[in-house]
Design a protein around this ligand. Structure first.
Ligand SMILES: Nc1nc2c(c(=O)[nH]1)N[C@H]1C(S)=C(S)[C@@H](COP(=O)(O)O)O[C@H]1N2
Ligand SMILES: [Mo]
Length: 357
């Protein structure tokens, strides 16, 4: 067992703060095992005592609240949601392959995973606080200080009040049926299904109901999509929120040698936002496509696993995948067209080369 209770096959990008992605093998299951779930942190993991922990709820609200973990558990109805988390930097390595992105971790396709989260609906807590008419956004602040931020500050972000008022957004204390681990945000984190991972604030200490989006570094400066020649700065570029349609192949792996004949190709696809995956196509020649079988439906907030059996002649093959979502959008063809200075949202069609013998 590695650091933070993680499996030895995790791909560690940084030890301090700990940043690691799942090996593809861990993404083959409908639910990602907790000991293989990716970790993205901007500062040290804070050591919070669940006994003295308080959640402060304030801002554009009728009442200010100070809630202990015991109160959260007793005063509100417990809920469970199966949701995929995906970092905006997932698959950045593909963009770095086009042009370097200095200072950013070269995440492969393992900065995503799906878990069952248990807690209470943020909506129920907001209802008790009573948002005032000017309230439009809900900001979250974690306990961790992120040294990379200018000025240094705690990690935070916000989502629109309309999303925050929906039952799927949780204040969660359990992940996959076990108490939330410190590295994943214990004692309580936010889980915002359909939004980039950055909005699912870990080590939650403060909720601020606001008329405007969160003005902190992690929403106003970074986690924004800049034009190709852009430089990060306050309010520049477009804020990322809803996850874009994405997919990946889990098996076989790029570069594998496989027996000629029948080959089972498996992967996952996630639509993001309020969309769902409607179809996954696979091609061997980039021109004609076959439809994959969609596996277990784990509800509207989770990825969809898929599989297809291909018939491979001996030789080299380039397998390409394109997922489609309920807005009838499909994935862009080329990574080159998606390059951006911070390396976010690489949702190009995955390609892999296999050698059949
Ligand atoms: N407090 C806090 N919350 C945070 C972060 C952080 O650095 N600090 N990182 C965010 C980012 S960018 C992502 S992708 C997810 C990752 O969640 P995980 O580490 O549980 O997989 O947490 C988000 N919540
Ligand atoms: Mo992230």
């Amino acid at each position: 067992m590695g650091r933070h209770g993680k499996r030895a096959d995790m791909i560690v990008h940084q030890e301090q703060p700990f940043n690691a992605e799942s090996d593809l093998a861990a993404l083959a299951e409908p639910l990602t095992p907790t000991d293989a779930f990716y970790v993205r942190g901007h500062g040290e993991v804070p050591d919070l005592d669940p006994g003295t922990w308080r959640l402060r709820v304030h801002g554009a609200a009728e009442r200010e609240l100070g809630l202990s973990l015991a109160t959260l558990r007793e005063a509100f109805q417990e809920r469970e949601v199966t949701a995929t988390l995906q970092c905006a930097g997932n698959r950045r390595a593909g963009l770095i392959g086009i042009r370097d992105i200095p200072g950013e971790a070269p995440w492969g396709p393992g900065a995503t995973g799906t878990a069952t989260w248990t807690g209470v609906a943020l909506a129920d807590v907001l209802a008790l606080a009573g948002p005032r008419p000017e309230a439009e956004h809900v900001g979250f602040v974690g306990a961790d200080v992120a040294p990379e931020a200018r000025p240094a500050q705690r990690f935070g972000g916000s989502i629109p009040l309309a999303k925050a008022s929906r039952p799927e957004v949780l204040l969660a204390w359990e992940m996959n049926g076990e108490p939330l681990r410190p590295v994943h945000g214990a004692p309580v984190r936010v889980v915002v299904p359909g939004y980039i991972g950055a909005r699912s604030v870990k080590w939650l200490e403060e909720i601020e109901i606001r008329p405007t989006p969160w003005p902190g570094y992690f929403q106003d400066v970074v986690y924004r999509l800049l034009p190709e020649d852009g430089v990060p700065g306050a309010g520049l570029g477009m804020p990322l929120g809803l996850v874009a349609l994405n997919s990946d192949v889990v098996t076989p792996r790029n570069g594998d040698t496989v027996p000629a004949g029948s080959l089972c190709v498996r992967g996952h696809a996630f639509a993001g936002g309020e969309r769902h995956v409607t179809r996954v196509d696979v091609s061997l020649d980039g021109a004609s496509w076959s439809t994959a079988e969609l596996l277990d439906d784990q509800g509207p907030w989770a990825w969809r696993q898929w599989r297809i059996v291909l018939d491979l002649a001996p030789g080299e093959h380039d397998i390409v995948v394109r997922a489609w979502d309920s807005s009838a959008a499909t994935q862009p063809e080329s990574e080159a067209a998606l390059w951006n200075p911070k390396g976010y949202v690489n949702n190009a069609r995955p390609h892999l080369r296999v050698h059949a013998v």
